[in-house]
Design a protein. Structure first.
Length: 505
C-alpha cells in the first residue's frame, strides 16, 4: 500500500502564518499515521511563486522577482521542521522540473483538443488569483468585491481557454461514483451543486504581465497561475513520465486544502487531469479557517498568528494537539489562549502526562524499575485491555476518515478509563497487601500507556519519542501493525521527566 498526501503550495507574497502551519501539520499527521500502518508514504509541500499577486509583492519591495521568491520560499521551507513535520519533497513552481512538467501538461491538453484561443473579458481578483462572474460579486463603494472580500478588476485580453464546459457531465458522473472523493460531505454537496449549476470554459493564460510559465510556442502568453500551480502535484512525481516508479506508486493522491480553494481542486483540477488522460485525485479534503479570539485573521487588523511565536510560547506538541483536538477537522476554529490552556492542561497534563509520571515513578521506586508479564490476569485487567482493542479499532476508522479530533477524543476517553482503573486498583495500597497483584497492575498500566502513546504519535511525535524512551522503546520496536501482539515479557523503565507542564495563564 502507498499513500500520497499534499498541502496546497503556498503563495510567497507574504510570510507563513497559522493557516499554512495548520494544513502542513494536518498532512504530517496523516503521513505519519499511514507510515505507522506500514505503508509507503510520500508527503509533498512547496511554494506557488508565479502570478500577479506575487509579482506585485516583489515590486512593492523593489526587488527582482526571482530574488524575492527565492527569499520568500525559504521562509516556508524553514518553517517545516519547526512545526515538527517530516516531508518527502518540497516543490517550487519556479524550478525547471515543474516548469517543463506544466508545459508538457499544456501540450497534452492542446493535443487532446482541449484548448482554444479567444478573448477574455470579465472580472479578475489578483488577491484570489481568480476569475469571477458578476453574479458572484457584491457591488460596494470601492467597486465589485469577491465573496472572499477581495477587490476585483475588469480585464479584457486575448486568452487561451480550457474547454471546461465539456467536462460538466463527466465530473458529475465521477462524483456520483466517487461519493467520498470530496470530504467532508457538506463540501462534496457544495462541489456537486456548483458543477450542476453549469461550467463555463476557463481562461488559462494571461498576456498583461510576464511572471509566469510561458505557454509553449507562444511569446505573449503566460499560463494562468492556477493551472501552473495545480500541476505541482504531478510534477513532483516526474510527470510526464507516468511510467516511472513514483508516479505509478503514488498517483492518484490525497489533497488537503482550505475551504477557500476547494473549487480549484475539486472542479478544475480533475477536469484538467481527465482531459489529459490522467486519473483524478483520490481524495480532496477541505478544512476550515481559524479565527483569532473570535476575529477574522487579517493583516489590517494586525492579528495574524505567527507560528514561531505560538510554538515558542506554548510548545510544539501542545499547539499540534490543540489545533487538531479542539476543532473537528473540516470545521472553522477559534484560536484562543484560554482554550489552549484548558485543552492542554486537561488532556495532556492531567489525563495523560500525570498518568505516565505517576506510574513510571512508582515502578522505579517500588518495583525495581521494571514490570513483568503476569501469569494470570483478573477480570478488571481483561476489561481494560479489551476496551483498548475497541479504542484502537475506532481510532483506525476515524483516522482513515480524516477525523483526527474524533480519533483523539476516543483515546482520551479511554485514558480516563485507565485513570479510573488506577484509582480502583490502588497499587499504593497493594504494595502493603499483595505485591504480586501490584506488579500485575503495573504491567497492565505500562502496556496500555505504551499502546496509547503509539496511537498519539502522529499528532505529538516529539513528546511520544521522549515517552517511549522511558520504556526503552522506539518506533522501530512498535507500530500500528504490531500493536495488538505487543506483550513483552519484561519492560524496563527509565526515570521520567515531566513532558507536559501545565500552562498557567
Ligand atoms: N497558492 C494557492 C494554493 C495553490 S495549490 C495548487 C493558495 N495559497 S495560500 O498561501 O494563499 O493559501 C494556502 C492555504 O492556507 C489555503 O489552503 C488556505 O485555506 C489556508 N489558509 C489561509 N488562511 C487560513 C486561516 N486563517 N485558517 C486556516 N487556513 C487558512 O491558496
Amino acid at each position: 500500500m502507498s499513500f500520497y498526501i499534499t498541502t496546497p503550495i503556498y503563495y510567497v507574497n507574504d510570510l507563513p502564518h497559522i493557516g499554512h502551519a495548520y494544513t502542513t501539520i494536518a498532512c504530517d499527521i496523516f503521513s505519519r499515521f499511514h507510515k505507522l500502518k506500514g505503508e509507503e508514504t510520500f508527503f509533498l509541500t512547496g511554494t506557488d511563486e508565479h502570478g500577479q499577486k506575487v509579482e506585485k509583492a516583489s515590486l512593492a519591495q523593489n526587488k527582482d522577482t526571482q530574488i524575492f521568491v527565492d527569499e520568500m520560499s525559504k521562509n516556508f521551507r524553514d518553517l517545516i521542521p519547526y512545526l515538527g513535520c517530516e516531508i518527502d519533497d518540497f516543490i517550487r513552481t519556479t524550478e525547471n522540473r515543474h516548469k517543463s512538467a506544466a508545459q508538457d501538461l499544456w501540450n497534452k491538453l492542446k493535443d487532446n483538443n482541449q484548448i482554444y484561443l479567444s478573448n477574455y473579458e470579465g472580472w479578475y481578483s489578483i488577491r484570489d488569483e481568480a476569475f469571477y462572474l458578476e453574479s458572484e460579486l457584491t457591488k460596494t463603494e470601492n467597486g465589485f468585491v469577491a465573496p472572499s472580500g477581495a477587490p476585483t478588476e475588469w480585464v479584457k485580453e486575448e486568452s487561451y481557454f480550457f474547454k471546461l464546459s465539456e467536462w460538466e457531465d463527466k465530473l458529475i458522473k465521477f462524483y456520483e461514483i466517487n461519493k467520498e472523493a470530496v470530504l467532508p460531505k457538506s463540501r462534496y454537496n457544495e462541489v456537486v451543486s456548483f458543477i450542476k449549476g453549469g461550467l463555463k470554459d476557463l481562461s488559462i493564460s494571461r498576456t498583461t504581465f510576464k511572471w509566469g510559465i510561458n505557454v509553449p510556442q507562444e511569446d505573449n502568453h503566460v499560463m494562468y497561475v492556477w493551472i501552473d500551480a495545480l500541476c505541482n502535484y504531478i510534477s513532483a512525481l516526474n510527470y510526464p513520465d507516468t511510467k516511472n516508479d513514483s508516479f505509478k506508486k503514488f498517483w492518484p493522491g490525497v489533497h488537503i486544502v482550505g475551504k477557500d480553494i476547494l473549487r480549484f481542486h475539486a472542479v478544475y483540477w480533475p477536469a484538467f487531469l481527465m482531459a489529459a488522460d490522467i486519473e483524478p485525485p483520490k481524495k480532496i479534503f477541505a478544512h476550515g479557517w481559524w479565527t483569532n479570539e473570535g476575529q477574522k485573521i487579517s493583516k489590517s487588523l494586525g492579528n495574524v498568528i505567527n507560528p514561531y511565536e505560538i510554538i515558542d510560547q506554548y510548545g510544539l506538541d501542545q499547539i499540534r494537539f490543540f489545533l487538531f483536538r479542539e476543532v473537528p477537522f473540516g470545521n472553522d476554529g477559534d484560536f484562543s489562549k484560554d482554550a489552549i490552556a484548558q485543552r492542554v492542561n486537561a488532556d495532556l497534563s492531567n489525563n495523560y502526562g500525570n498518568l505516565i509520571q505517576r506510574i513510571a515513578s512508582f515502578i522505579i521506586k517500588n518495583a525495581n524499575s521494571q514490570v513483568a508479564k503476569p501469569e494470570k490476569l483478573e477480570a478488571s485487567d481483561d476489561r481494560l485491555l479489551k476496551s483498548f482493542d475497541e479504542t484502537f479499532e475506532n481510532y483506525l476508522n476515524h483516522m482513515n476518515n480524516f477525523q483526527i479530533d474524533r480519533a483523539l477524543k476516543n483515546i482520551f476517553e479511554y485514558l480516563s478509563e485507565v485513570n479510573a482503573y488506577v484509582d480502583n486498583q490502588a497499587p499504593w495500597s497493594l504494595k502493603k497487601t499483595d505485591i504480586k497483584r501490584m506488579q500485575n497492575v503495573l504491567y497492565v498500566l505500562t502496556l496500555i500507556t505504551i499502546k496509547c502513546s503509539i496511537l498519539l504519535h502522529p499528532v505529538i511525535p516529539n513528546s511520544i519519542n521522549k515517552i517511549l524512551n522511558i520504556y526503552n522503546l522506539s518506533l522501530k520496536d512498535l507500530n500500528l501493525k504490531k500493536i495488538k501482539d505487543f506483550n513483552p515479557k519484561i519492560i524496563k523503565l527509565n526515570q521520567p521527566k515531566p513532558i507536559f507542564p501545565r500552562i498557567e495563564l
